[in-house]
Design a protein around this ligand. Structure first.
Ligand code: NAP
Ligand code: GFB
Length: 338
């Protein structure tokens, strides 16, 4: 049983969702905190994970037995496009420091977080866990995608070393979520993924009586997972997942939605009465689609008898909008930069 679980990126969208689940799931739930466990949610104030000495100090302080590695340089399509080099370097450094410090300090299990953008752009759909390395990722985020994809190679190398060293019971593996949204997201318009960007833009348009203008044509398709659903799946993986091969954490292929439909959902949820339109710039569309299969995930949950249901998209959107409106002053909105 885990003793000390260190969550890197503990202040972020996914880290805060795991904290919520750990603090609110009732005893007996497969996602509840277990007796004797200590959970540590680390932020960049606790350690700069780009720096090996700072990373080592963090690990020496908390002596984690288990690590959920979420910390990353994260951003939406436009942030990635503008800074592929920085996204690549920051993430390579953080991942190498966290994995190698975990290795040196005897951490039993590490689950790192990848993203469905690691998959090749041109490959037969749906994406599944066997297809990560079959071709280059989409050009818009090649820096971030290659850094994240490398984690899968690193995990295999560490597991190979564990086997050679006769270190039974140690495992480094990875989760591959699709686009995530929820409370504590990054709503800074320069950095945000599509859902927090649209919520924030819609809010500003409403406040200023201005037009709500979206990027692209609205036709690209995406799958979205609610952060609190993803959090439960991370807790389940920590307890039960026992393979170095990564696991896609996503809603089903049938839940792929056009961006235009997401926009309509946000307009409705926020009660926006003004005009909204897409700028129709095809260059702003990014990858057209990246549908991922969750068959491996659902198969494993079913086999283990775990009762898990995805939150309906509209409910999750409504909870996210409510959180944004209630926390506007403290949320990451890039105030002063718009
Ligand atoms: P986020 O909200 O932007 O949070 C990023 C976290 O990383 C924050 O806690 C941040 O700490 C920490 N961090 C950044 N640089 C750091 C550094 N140099 N040293 C230490 N900590 C640092 O990100 P998220 O959306 O929760 O993403 C979590 C994970 O999910 C990431 O691995 C991301 O790649 C993956 N993912 C995200 C999405 C998505 O749609 N958001 C989709 C697929 C996969 P501070 O708050 O102190 O800065
Ligand atoms: O979430 P997002 O930024 O990133 O979504 P990706 C981009 C899609 O939303 C494109 C449309 O089709 C955009 O045209 N969109 C419309 C907007 N209006 C806006 C807007 O105001 N802001 C944004 N951001 N999008 C990211 C990757 O890809 O997905 C990351 O770049 C990561 O590396 C993440 O993997 C999960 O889904 O295209």
């Amino acid at each position: 049983m885990p003793n000390v679980v260190l969550v890197t990126g503990g202040s972020g969208l996914v880290g805060q969702a795991i904290k919520h689940v750990i603090e609110t799931e009732p005893a007996g739930s497969p996602f509840a905190k277990q007796q004797g466990e200590t959970w540590v949610f680390a932020t960049s104030k606790d350690a700069d994970l780009k720096d090996p000495a700072s990373t080592q100090k963090l690990f020496e302080k908390y002596k984690p037995t288990h690590v959920i590695h979420l910390a990353a340089h994260v951003g939406g399509l436009f942030a990635n496009q503008a800074a592929n080099l920085t996204f690549m370097r920051d993430n390579i450094l953080m991942n190498d420091n966290v994995l190698h410090t975990s290795y040196a300090q005897g951490v039993t299990k590490v689950i790192s977080c990848l993203s469905t953008c690691v998959f090749p752009d041109k490959v037969a759909y749906p994406l599944d866990e066997s297809k990560i390395h079959l071709g280059p990722p989409h050009n818009s985020n090649f820096g971030y995608s290659h850094a994240k994809r490398l984690v899968d190679v690193q995990n295999h190398a560490y597991v190979d070393a564990f086997q050679r060293n006769g270190e039974k019971g140690r495992l480094f593996t990875a989760a591959i979520p699709t686009n995530v949204f929820g409370p504590h997201d990054n709503f800074d318009l320069q950095q945000a993924h599509v859902i927090p960007a649209l919520i924030h833009k819609c809010y500003l348009a409403q406040k200023d009586g201005a037009q709500f203008v979206l990027r692209g044509t609205g036709t690209p398709l995406r799958q979205f997972i609610y952060s609190r659903d993803l959090a439960k799946l991370f807790v389940w993986m920590l307890r039960a997942y026992d393979s170095v091969e990564p696991l896609i954490l996503s809603v089903g292929e049938e839940d792929e939605v056009p961006i235009a439909q997401v926009a309509g959902g946000i307009v409705k949820t926020m009660g926006f009465g003004g005009e909204y339109r897409f700028d129709m710039d095809e260059n702003a569309n990014g990858q057209f689609r990246k549908p991922a299969s969750n068959a491996k995930l659902t198969g494993q949950l079913k086999a283990a008898g775990v009762d898990f249901k995805f939150t309906p998209f509209d409910d999750a959107l409504s909870e996210t909008v409510t959180w944004f409106l209630q926390n506007y002053d403290s949320a990451r909105t890039g105030k002063g930069k718009q």
